[in-house]
Design a protein. Structure first.
Length: 135
């Protein structure tokens, strides 16, 4: 990945994120995560707030890639539904831009296990902002 993409930041390295693909026509990105054992709850699955972090990450990168790395979303609201327990280990996430305006954008994210089972879904309402460099 380049241009300060997902795996280049400390929080992303903690989540084990790696770029997979971007479909410009659909404005949909696919990222891979490797949920570390340190994310495990006493029940044996990824803690819910950390699941929200995976989904937030993939939705944000969908907008970044859809704007050719010029913008990044600033979240106003995120909603998440946990459909199944999220296991420790490899995960696949898809994020997409649903609608983009000058003042507000709507994003959607899904998290899957390696077999393709849908584990969690999310939506976000955000403000488009110039992308910070992180320097």
């Amino acid at each position: 990945m380049s241009r300060g993409d997902a795996g280049d930041f400390p929080h992303a390295r903690l989540m084990g994120v790696a770029f997979d693909s971007f479909d410009a026509e659909r404005e949909e990105i696919t990222l891979r995560f490797n949920a570390p054992d340190s994310f495990r709850t006493p029940r044996g699955f990824v803690q819910g707030g950390l699941v929200a972090g995976f989904l937030d990450e993939v939705m944000g990168w969908a907008h970044v890639w859809a704007t050719d790395h010029e913008e990044a979303p600033l979240n106003l609201e995120i909603a998440m539904s946990l459909l199944k327990p999220v296991p420790i280990g490899p995960l696949v996430a898809k994020g997409r831009v649903i609608r983009r305006g000058k003042r507000v954008i709507f994003l959607e994210g899904e998290l899957f296990d390696e077999a393709g089972t849908l584990l969690a879904r999310s939506t976000s309402t955000a403000i488009p902002t110039p992308r910070p460099t992180g320097d």
